[in-house]
Design a protein around this ligand. Sequence first.
Ligand code: AGP
Length: 608
Amino acid sequence: MCGIIAYVGTRPCAQLLIDGLRKLEYRGYDSAGVAVHNGKEITVRRAAGKLSTLQDLVDREPVAGTVGIGHTRWATHGPPSERNAHPHVSGRVAVVHNGIIENHVELKHKLTSLGRVFTSDTDTEIVAHLVDMAMGRGLSLVEAVRDSLRELRGAYAIAVLAKDDPTTIVVAKHASPLVLALADGAVLAASDVPAILAHTREVVFLEDGEIATLTQSGAKLETVSGEAVVREPTTIRWSLVQAERGGYKHFMLKEIHEQPRAIEDTLRGRVQLETGSCIADEIGIAEPEARAIQRVVLLACGTSFHAAMYGRYLIEQLARVPAVVDLASEFRYREPVVAPGDLVIAVSQSGETADTLAALKEAKRQGARVLAVVNVQGSAIARAADGVLYTHAGPEIGVASTKCFTAQLAAMALVSVHIGRARGALSESRAKELLEELVRVPEKMRAALEQDAAVQLISRELVSAQNALFLGRGVSCPVALEGALKLKEISYVHAEGYAGGEMKHGPLALVDRSMPVVCLLPDDPSLEKMLSNVQEVRARDGRVLAIVNDPACATALAQWSITVPKTAPEFSPLVTTIPLQLLSYHVADQRGTDVDQPRNLAKTVTVE
Ligand code: AGP
């Protein structure tokens, strides 16, 4: 949601902090700031708007010092503005925070009644006041932070700097992500790995309820209650280049084109063609557990929900076990019934989505076994689950998820084959056929990407559309929903995805010449029925963009068509989703929206 960074070292750190924040901009970007200690006092620079505004300010008014904190914000409490930008200062203390202090109203009343004067609308400022007051009672910085955290309820990743303690920063974490790293004689902390990669690949993930004291001699990690914590670093395989734009105009376009590699990396070492099995030890579901599964419950939000929908189809088709899919934000509040025989699969790119994490915890509380499918090593959802199947898509910077979506589809295929084989529902020969095709999918995705120019041409005719419909059947239904989400979230064009069979139950009333209808027509058992949908649309003067394997099947019917290679019907979504991603990208780019950081959205929704 927001991005924080902290540095304690020997190098001038203002620019280093800003450079780190630039790698976190996707976490929130309506204002930013830094606070740097020069040995005598703390200097703060804050600015509303994009990070470049802060950069200009610091260029104009440089800040000296080798100990500092920084923040890039996505507003939750208080509108985006300079006064609400972090760092927040109270007396001798400066704080940056990612998360929500749930009891901020009562604390603000209490502090105001004690004479504290608030200068912002944020919940974060409360932390600065609490720590300043505690230090005023003679506590050290770390003890003051520890004492203050006992008052807080909610989610936080914080970094705190104090005038009286010029060589120390204290960081703490609960329900918002925070990583630590040692590099070149300095200590860094940040919300996410890309901010660290320029310095090192060895990071330590903090767990909830942990606090760390950063000084030039290193980092002391302990629990808030004071127990020492020893944790091995995680080696991050992502290079810095991966997290950069790599020559594309936008991160999103780069990530669309990275998908074949993301799938190859996700499958790597997990497919054994000789035996038609998936070696995914981390799934941690051996044959006895697989046979004991009574039901699979998939939970996710947004694009990950569409991947979970796909997983539901594939698990039932290949593993022959009942499967249901639910929006995590609905599941967590509807008093769900979960049984010990349920396998819950939580799907999340960031591994930090609050609704998905809360739903996972509710399922665990009721005794279910939980498998997480996440893209970020050591993320909260990964750590809360019983088993984790990591997608290896690398850092996804664009707010609109693309390569992580198709990597999640590949992970769903691995899980479905693994459980199907373990339950005896999928024969070795059939599994071999499927896996041999699955490993060929990345090449077919590369071929689909070669249609980029053709899609761009078509997008020029759709750039003025105000609405759009996306239709698909079977495993293509989640692809239709995902295509609609992509278009609306980056181009701001209203779009809806529908099961093709639903057209006659209402949406057909919307169809006229002004309504482009994107139809998914892979060569699978539902093709004939989908062609009937195309007929229905054409009969109402609708304009159809057909995504096909066989160009002949759409020539007479569709206004436009994009041909992509055929693959096994079970895996067609990994290929057919690519022209839809490219379509939304090119429409948005031509409409001039901020493709990588669409308005009102953030990459990771760590709030409810
Ligand atoms: C995807 O394009 C969106 N940015 C959003 O729907 C996202 O998929 C959703 O917030 C879930 O995020 P997660 O995968 O990190 O849990």
